[in-house]
Design a protein around this ligand. Sequence first.
Ligand code: GLY
Ligand code: MN
Ligand code: MN
Length: 443
Amino acid sequence: MSIGKREYARRRARLIAGLPQGSLAVVPAAREQLRSRDTYFPFRQDSDFLYLTGFAEPEALLVLVPDRAQGRELLFCRERNADKELWDGPRLGPERAAEQCGLCDAFPISDLDDILPGLLEGRTRVYYTFGRYPQLDRRLQRYLHTIGQAPGSVGVPELVDLDRQLHDLRLIKSAQEVRLMQSAAEITAEAHCRAMRRCCAGLYEFQLEAEILHTFVGAGARQPAYPTIVGGGTNALVMHYCSNNAVLKNGDLVLVDAGCEHRGYTADVTRTYPVNGRFSGEQKALYEIVLAGQAAAIDKVRLGAHWDHPHMASVEVITRGLVDLGLLRGDVSGLIEAGAYRRFYMHRTGHWLGMDVHDVGDYRVHGQWRQLEPGMVMTVEPGIYIAADDDQVPERYRGIGIRVEDDVALMKSGPLVLSSAAPKTVAEIEYTMRQGAVQEELW
Ligand code: GLY
Ligand code: MN
Ligand code: MN
């Protein structure tokens, strides 16, 4: 199951339909990233380029020309090369690439200097995202400069950022995309279950990470969508913790934020659970507040709501919970207005999710929070983090960090939690962890 040729063609047609006559759009593939000497990082295709082509190779470029009679879509890519293919693996080459991507025209990337300037000439606008690939930026600027200098030149096309148009398309997922994201979330949920079953005191955080990666790779999702966070105890308080090199301690919680990338689509799921399989009273009290805050936020992922509604709902529940526990003092609405909760809940409740983990799409339109629409997919991830040295709260609560994160698609019928297979309630988590302990004894 993956995106078919027809869907790629539909995406390009939609983008072209939004471009004015006389314009042209340029969408490059990602560059290979050198790791050291002759060793490269695993190649990850540019999400915009992948969205429009499904083409997996570097050194490629898509050009869209709305009013070109000989064909509106041109792909440039590497030619076949027996020597290079012997060392680095097969290349499709222009002919097969055109066939695979459902494009009528493909050319060798080595011909770009001969063909692209001619296409640019006389255009009124060029849609292109500057700043991502500096070498291509310079090349385009060179082409434009030459066009401007040519005798009888009618001027240089205006450069316009392509992001707005393209990312509005990427923001609304098709049924096929939601299905792929469901698969990514299911693999990820299975990985979290495995980690829960294998978790025990004395493991290094990276050993729990290994359990997560074992499931991802075993399912064919070779790369995580982002660096996995496994934070035991106070490491959970570091938002972007990823050194994962401490030992997990009996009595601590562990926060695991991990998601795979599967066929170009990501998952982003966090679970927090006790290293020894049993929540203490304080851990449970705080955990239940986060969970209730998340449920309230998910319930706001509905038609008619706007982007901020889920966040406001979780802030309200978490603030009230902290007041009930005595960690905040005062009237709930006053505390919300003053932002008092930010001492314990310092991030927002989610972000768009898609081909990128922090996916594209504006959160505000004309200065207003965006209305939620079917096909939008977002994370819902409230948390409570109590600093280890916060002497305003009773000692037994200090140093605890909790986040619960799920991936939610807005369907016509309401919110669909794609990652619901990952245990989440206290009872589900303790049950899953007990299963792991029983298996351990049987072995
Ligand atoms: N894992 C990154 C995030 O939750 O946003
Ligand atoms: Mn997230
Ligand atoms: Mn996350």
